[in-house]
Design a binder for this molecule. Structure first.
Ligand code: ZN
Length: 160
């Protein structure tokens, strides 16, 4: 079965940056299952995987526009320390922050006086991403999965 919209796709993947450093990998873990065609994964990777089938190996190098977008300066903000959850805030810490687009990870990039500089961009924003993907399986999504916009795998997603 080929990868197409409204199908559940299981992949193993490795993600590297321009310097060939490993950013993420499913190796040694359960493979990732996602619903194709609804933006569960970055748009450039969906495009690269369309039409492939189990056993195929796909390499895709994506510019930021096809991945997590540009790094936007207006998403870097100064936040009063009292608004952050930790007693001791240090550069390099990450926080989960609620936004109107859902929860995101914010990175503290600097602390000065009573303020921390917080970067709300996705950690991979502004980066070229190099994926190597092995397609493990493709199946039709269930009606419930299509309605929810995500897959329901055993041991994976439980209900909200
Ligand atoms: Zn669900």
């Amino acid at each position: 079965m080929e990868i197409a919209d409204r199908r559940a796709v299981t992949i193993h993947y490795t993600l590297k940056n321009d310097a060939d450093e490993l950013l993420e990998s499913s190796q040694g873990r359960d493979p990732l299952t996602y619903l194709h065609g609804v933006g569960n994964i970055v748009p450039g990777l969906e495009k690269a995987l369309a039409g492939k089938q189990a056993g195929d190996v796909v390499k895709a190098s994506l510019a930021p526009a096809d991945a997590y977008g540009a790094h936007e300066e207006q998403r870097v903000r100064n936040v009063p320390l009292r608004k952050l959850p930790e007693a001791r805030v240090r550069a390099g810490q990450r926080y989960r922050v609620q936004t109107d687009r859902g929860p995101i990870n914010a990175l503290v990039t600097a602390v000065k006086g009573d303020y921390a500089t917080v970067d709300l961009n996705h950690p991979f924003a502004g980066m070229n991403l190099h994926f190597e993907v092995t397609v493990v399986g493709v199946r039709e999504a269930t009606a419930e999965e299509l309605e929810h916009g995500h897959v329901h795998e055993p041991g994976g997603h439980h209900h909200h």
